[in-house]
Design a protein around this ligand. Structure first.
Ligand SMILES: C[S@@+](CC[C@H](N)C(=O)[O-])C[C@H]1O[C@@H](n2cnc3c(N)ncnc32)[C@H](O)[C@@H]1O
Length: 405
């Protein structure tokens, strides 16, 4: 991500997504007891960037908790990768000027913390989080699973290369969920809005018109064909991302034997939704091609530049790298300006609300597992006895009875 508050100024769509996911948080919050439990009420935003887009939502959560529990301490923990610009976040939160919208201005006993720890690790202690929130962050994988021969994104990968990305992404998803399961308090909630491929095959920048990732690929391969970048640099460039389907998001919750289910996580809501590209909407309203390209391309650049810059050889100077990526985004700018009606970056998300079971349900689940195990051991012993003393016929009758049970 670019530094210095660049992100939230250029990502108005993200704000719309957070408002939508935030409605679920506020709805659940009204059902949660917020009496003082001898520990702070804890809110965590995973992959928060500069915190600008989640500020209105977190302000509303803080206000509601404060209204209902005047003296309860509240912590808000912002997490992101170690290189994230946390200084922009804290400058915004501690702004005491008249324009400040920070919830710290009017609320006592609210403590803001940050963790530069990836959500692929446990970030905060066991049983400590009341509300876990994450928007538009978990499509980033824990690493780059492999190369993609004829594209720059898994949406364009084929065969074995695609399967490698998919398997990696599914393991990553389980890891995210298991860490959150440990962190949440029993009864705590996890609300997420994650990029996805929806039921109609739509995904970010692919909702009609020109496919954004195909355009990235076309322009990057043109640089390879004209010798501006090497073949190795072209091959090295791929987004460490994967867009899951809603089915893939939900599958760990369907299987009662899955680690996620056994960790106590229960899915209560899941659906997909499209958020219109605000830059394109503005173009539709105003019709200014240049203004559209000027606003649209920097927003693409804010989250994609690290990938293209990272694909370039380490032997290149910083200046060379900057010239190459500037040229790349200038070409994108020219395309958008010449055919504006072909471009849009509509967001396609899966919205999910997950709850960690209360202790009693986790306990009941474990008891059931132990009971099932003991029953299967007992059944095995009986089966052996039958075989020894009464032969095959009775054993098969016995097996049918066991199956029935
Ligand atoms: C598109 S931004 C979303 C920011 C904000 N949540 C929003 O919705 O506006 C994605 C953020 O996720 C962060 N991110 C990516 N991988 C991460 C990881 N493994 N752990 C924590 N944050 C991560 C990025 O650094 C970036 O700040």
């Amino acid at each position: 991500m670019k530094r210095g508050g660049y992100y939230s100024q250029h990502t108005k769509g993200a704000l719309h997504v957070i408002n939508r996911a935030g409605a679920h948080v506020l709805d659940r919050l009204s059902q949660i007891e917020i009496e003082n439990r001898g520990r702070p009420f804890s809110i965590v935003d995973y992959g928060a960037a500069d915190g600008g887009t989640s500020l209105p939502l977190i302000s509303k959560i803080v206000k509601e908790v404060r209204d209902r529990a005047e003296n309860r301490n509240i912590t808000v923990t912002y997490t992101d990768l170690p290189h994230n610009d946390f200084s922009a976040l804290f400058r915004m939160l501690h702004d005491r000027s008249e324009e400040s919208e920070s919830y710290l201005v009017n609320n006592k006993n609210v403590y803001t913390l940050s963790a530069g720890t990836s959500f692929y690790y446990q970030v905060v202690p066991d049983n400590s989080v009341d509300i876990a929130f994450s928007a538009t962050a978990m499509h980033w994988l824990s690493g780059l699973p492999g190369t993609i021969s004829n594209h720059v994104h898994a949406v364009g990968a084929q065969g074995e290369e695609w399967r490698t990305f998919r398997n990696y992404a599914l393991r990553d998803w389980e890891s995210i969920l298991l860490h959150r399961a440990r962190e949440l308090v029993p009864g705590g909630i996890l609300v997420m809005a994650n990029f996805c491929i929806d039921e109609q095959g739509r995904y970010l920048g692919n909702t009609g018109g020109r496919n954004m990732f195909d355009t990235f690929h076309q322009l990057w391969s043109e640089l390879a064909e004209t010798g501006v970048i090497t073949e190795a640099e072209y091959m090295n460039t791929a987004f460490p991302q994967f867009y899951k389907t809603i089915d893939q998001f939900c599958s760990p919750f369907r299987d009662p034997e899955s680690a996620v289910h056994r960790a106590g996580l229960q899915l209560t809501t899941a659906y997909t939704g499209v958020t219109e590209c605000p830059y394109r909407s503005e173009f539709n309203r105003v019709g200014d091609e240049r203004a559209f390209a000027d606003a649209y391309v920097p927003t693409l650049r804010s989250w994609s530049e690290t990938v293209f810059r990272g694909g370039l050889s380490p032997s290149r100077s910083e200046q060379q790298r900057s010239e190459i990526v500037d040229r790349f985004y200038s070409s994108y700018h020219a395309l958008v300006q010449s055919q504006p009606e072909e471009h849009a970056m509509d967001y396609v998300h899966t919205y999910m609300v997950i709850r960690k079971s209360d202790w009693i349900w986790v306990f009941a689940d474990r008891l059931e597992a132990v009971y099932k195990f003991q029953f299967s051991v007992l059944a095995d012993v009986l089966r052996q006895e039958l075989l020894l003393h009464h032969g095959e016929a009775q054993q098969s009758e016995f097996q049918q009875a066991v199956r029935f049970w």
